[in-house]
Ligand binder design. Structure first.
Ligand SMILES: [Zn+2]
Length: 354
């Protein structure tokens, strides 16, 4: 991990990690955490946090147990984590009944973890995207029976992106249910092992996420489902940096590349009647492993602070890779509170007391 200039300072106590741990000595962990609450524990809500289901594909994270998450959450002032299992996506997206069953098993296991820790975990359920009937059934089951807080889908679905017309009935149902959907990175089969020596996690996750949002934008999924609440991963991946270029290339909105003055500067066409920036500014963006001043700076130029959420991508990423870098942004306290917790409380009202 690249270290920036900041020391390992705890975001909410201002103590180095060592001093923070020393401060816990002599008191029970519970009392210390309770004390932190009084001193301004941010009680963060982490919307990018993963669980591992038994028998799942080898993701390299089999060491994980819920206890690992709970201990790290206590250490970093996180009161609740929305857990998701992107590790099931490949199995769940095969379009067969088996794929539906893989999503169901994962969702039921996630719901069990939530029921065992209802004040610490919430669930983003998986959807078998390539089996429309199975997807619609899973949405109903996850919301009505498992009481999921929302859904996690991949930025890709093996060989398509979410704006593909095939998925519109699924998004229309999510819109009808006013559901929250977390777009998690996935690598489309176009781009696996694209550049020798550069793992997919270096840039492909972010480029695929950017393709995913552009696909939902250009195909009219975002504008036709205005009650859908979408969370974009990793501070928007490349979306904030490319937003202007995405706007200027909207089909039918562009008057000319070559000298003719533009009359349509908002990227408006029949599928984006309110313009590109309007749609991008409605999305939510979580900051996992993208809390450096560069992505946060670009993101905050694009969206109001009401759209910022906290995330860690734990256990795939160490929490330090987010939390240690947030202070470098020198955000005002009201924006820190909004990002850490208050915006998520508006998305998920049941968390008000969590
Ligand atoms: Zn993740």
């Amino acid at each position: 991990m690249l270290k920036m200039t900041a020391p390992r300072v705890n975001f909410y106590t201002g103590l180095s990690r060592r001093r923070f741990l020393q401060s816990l000595v002599g008191a029970s962990a519970f009392a210390s955490v309770a004390g932190l609450n009084a001193q301004g524990n941010p009680r963060r809500i982490d919307v990018h946090h993963h669980f591992q289901a038994p028998g799942a594909a080898n993701t390299g994270l089999q060491w994980w147990t819920p206890k690992h998450s709970l201990e790290m959450m206590d250490q970093y002032g996180i009161s609740l984590a929305m857990i998701s299992n992107p590790g099931v996506s490949t199995a769940a997206y095969d379009g067969t009944v088996k794929g539906n069953e893989a999503a169901r098993r994962s969702n039921e296991y996630g719901a069990k973890l939530v029921s065992e820790n209802p004040k610490r975990f919430g669930l983003f359920a998986a959807i078998p995207m390539n089996n429309t009937d199975g997807a619609l059934k899973e949405i109903e089951y996850a919301l009505d029976t498992l009481k999921a807080d929302g859904f996690q889908i991949g930025s890709s679905t093996i060989d398509k992106w979410p704006g593909d017309p095939q998925y519109l009935p699924i998004f229309q149902e999510l819109h009808r249910r006013k559901a929250t959907v977390f777009i998690h990175p996935f690598v489309n089969k176009c781009c696996k092992t694209l550049i020798p020596g550069i793992p997919e996690s270096v840039v492909e996750y972010d480029f695929d996420t950017t393709r995913s949002i552009t696909s939902m934008l250009y195909n009219g999924t975002l504008s036709s489902c205005p009650d859908l609440r979408v969370i974009v991963n990793h501070s928007g991946a490349a979306v904030p940096a490319l937003a202007g270029r995405i706007k200027d290339r909207v089909p039918g909105a562009q008057t000319s590349n070559f000298g003719t003055p533009k009359t349509n500067t908002d990227g408006i066409n029949a599928k984006i009647p309110k313009g590109v920036f309007y749609e991008l500014r409605k999305l939510y963006y979580e900051c996992a492993h993208a809390a450096y001043p560069f992505p946060i700076g670009a993101l905050m130029k694009l969206v109001p602070s009401t759209q910022l959420l906290f995330g860690t991508d734990y256990p795939a990423e160490p929490m330090e890779s987010t939390v240690d870098h947030l202070p470098e942004n020198e955000l005002p306290p009201d924006i820190q509170r909004a990002m850490n917790r208050e915006n998520a409380e508006r998305l998920f009202p049941r968390l008000k007391n969590a």
